[in-house]
Design a binder for this molecule. Structure first.
Ligand SMILES: [Zn+2]
Length: 164
């Protein structure tokens, strides 16, 4: 484990859920037969990823089959939502089909690598992005589970915030 991540981990709260009204969800969200454990985890402040019992690969986003070895036996494991920015994009326009974001631009979508899950990459919006200054590849971020609201279809959603 890298020393600076260990330092952050000791200071981190045990629970990652936060009660606030943030950005809406981009699309209709909620569980289906494949991803219910992911959504159930967010509700209690856990980030859960699938893991293949055959080759031990971490998998995100949820699937029926391991993309590496085609094993159908997948489990779910909790991962500490601490990572680094792999890539990002800032959106200034409310695109057709995403009218819920009217009044919520600009927003930043992050692709975050999770060191505790073999650098598996997970997508999510950044919290309060316009006020946080420039974003750099490699910045440390932590996941926050935005509590459920009408604008998130009644489900908690994963957001990211910088913390270093
Ligand atoms: Zn596999």
């Amino acid at each position: 484990m890298e020393p600076h991540l260990d330092r952050h981990r000791r200071q981190a709260p045990m629970r990652w859920i936060r009660d606030y009204e943030g950005h809406p969800a981009a699309l209709p969200i909620g569980p289906n037969e494949v991803d219910r454990p992911y959504w159930d985890g967010l509700r209690i402040g856990e980030l859960r990823l699938q893991r293949c019992t055959g080759c031990r690969a971490w998998i995100w986003e949820p699937r029926w089959i391991c993309p590496r070895c085609h094993c159908l036996d997948l489990t779910w494991e909790s991962v500490e939502p601490i990572g680094r920015v792999y890539s990002w994009t800032r959106t200034w326009t409310c695109f057709p089909g995403a009218e819920l974001f009217d009044g919520h631009t600009p927003y930043v979508v992050l692709l975050v690598e999770l060191p505790d899950a073999d650098a598996t990459r997970v997508l999510g919006l950044e919290i309060d992005a316009p006020d946080c200054g420039p974003l750099r590849i490699g910045d440390d971020v932590r996941g926050v589970m935005q509590s459920a609201s009408a604008s998130t279809s009644g489900w908690s959603v994963l957001r990211w915030e910088r913390w270093s």
